[in-house]
Design a protein around this ligand. Sequence first.
Ligand code: SF4
Length: 263
Amino acid sequence: MARLSQADLIDLNRTFEERTPQELLEWAVTTFGGRVAALSSMQKSGNAICHMIHTMSLDLSVVFVDTGVLFPETLETRDRLASEYGLTVRTLHPEQSMQQQTAEKGVLYLTPEGQKECCELRKSAPLDAVAGEYDALISSLRRSDGGARGACPILAVDTRLNCLRVNPLVNFTDEQLTNYIQNNDVIINPLHDQGYATIGCNRCTTPVLPNEPRRAGRWRHLGPWSVYCGINPTDLDPERSPAVDLPQDLVDRILGRATDFMI
Ligand code: SF4
């Protein structure tokens, strides 16, 4: 095994800034083979990625965490993407239902500390089920989302899952995303047209007013629009410089080092 740190990825990330989302998806599939999947919460950006996987005929499964308290429209969107785009969607679940969790721990999502625990139990922990199966997960974070995502790298190490996160859409502006969705008639969650700028659990998501920030509808009861669930490590700690351990030949492929030399 070889150690790969966020610092090791600086030059590659700089080079990748010039690449299109489709080129980055192609790179991910070529580099990681069968050990890469897409991670989606069935929102606009994730759906654009799903559409690209479909049109490029990429052999990529989609991993989805169903917290057990999602809107029915979100589950319907997942099912439409699977059937109409021919995608394999792998749905992960928390150990306990919300009723079981509440009986044991109370209503966690009403306090800042409880929200962290609830998101850990219902979003991050279920994703641990794929630890060791994938060397890379494709996410759909965009710098235009602002906040902690304003400086999101294209490639980020994920120490919890010991894999790379690949963010092909980091440079996609709001206008580019809207155009892509409209021009390609991408399947989207109908709640987006009902005032929901971003969509998570039904307990913690509301519509937003036209003059509010996009994330104002997430954990509105906890204010001031700076809360993240933690399923994307860079949301919580964008400044850290962590490292993962991956096979040497894979690290060489990621960094573009030649490995077929003769002595
Ligand atoms: S978004 Fe709310 S309900 Fe969903 S896991 Fe986080 S705290 Fe719990």
